[in-house]
Design a protein around this ligand. Sequence first.
Ligand code: ADP
Length: 342
Amino acid sequence: MVSKAVTLADPDPEVGRTSIPVISVENLVHRYENRTALNGVSFEVRPAELFGLLGPNGSGKTTLFRILSTLMLPTAGRAVILGYDAAQDAAGLRRQIGVVFQAQSVDPKLTAYENLWHQGHLYGLHGAALRKRIAEILARVGLADRAKERVETFSGGMQRRIELAKGLLHHPGVLLLDEPTTGLDPGARRDLWQYLRILRDEEHVSVLVTTHLMEEAERCDRLAILNEGNLVALGTPAELKSEIGGDVVLLDAAQDAALLAEHIRARFHVETAVLGHQVRIERESGHRFVTDVVEAFPGEIQAVSVSKPALEDVFIHRTGHKFWSEGSEEDSEEPILKKKRR
Ligand code: ADP
């Protein structure tokens, strides 16, 4: 073993958490032949943190997830979890993590208990200790009373919770989940997030979850936002949104958005961004500004909106373009079945 496992330091009395990162991603690069999927990404995940990796399709989330879960080696850089280097000591690292992949890994013909029993054996757990742990973990994911039922009779949300239980059976310090709510209805999604928070708070597990949904990213303690393989933002959702001064004003141009933006810049000396047929402006007291603009350019504006900054605005602020390009899948409450190349 090249790297040595660290012992977590004493908790910080201020926050009750340790300051040594549980996941450390250092300048991570990954190339598939001539395509760069990760372009020097660095961030840290702290103990008992619910950390989100947010990015549109193709931004590199799955690539990073695969490197962290030791399925793939990075082209350059390092990923270290609880002191174990993913490239140097994959076996050691695997013992520290629980992984929930997008694809189903439970056997639907077996009961919840049997699924966990087999999983326990894979990790060298047996007998009374395993029985006790299965009971504990089923209670933790709210399925203690369904232990003897076949998983195929469970709802999608319950099946995901069995996946969670499988990932947690061997007491990992870190849980990695790849878009865990894909295919779940909004109620089941909320439920799953509730369980992730319970795991963080009561089992003190650090959770890294990938998502392409803003509403889920909002629920994370901190976020790394990826775009085309680059880390474009890092912080709590509130910190990230607060970097946008004031309100976000969106103006639908009656004709040419670029021309309208030029007129607004010349007249009001503000920065503008053109997003399709819309002009976007970040501005204090947006409602007053909108009145002035509409009066200044009658007939050039079809519709207006003023809103407080959202994570989507952080993405636009940092990248200059929308999270979802025109014609792509929309960010919605509805389950999105992603088309993957793999
Ligand atoms: P995400 O999970 O955010 O959708 P991915 O990590 O799957 O992003 O993809 C990042 C980039 O790498 C994309 O440009 C994608 O087309 C490319 N990519 C992913 N997997 C492969 C692969 N097996 N071979 C070649 N390119 C790939």
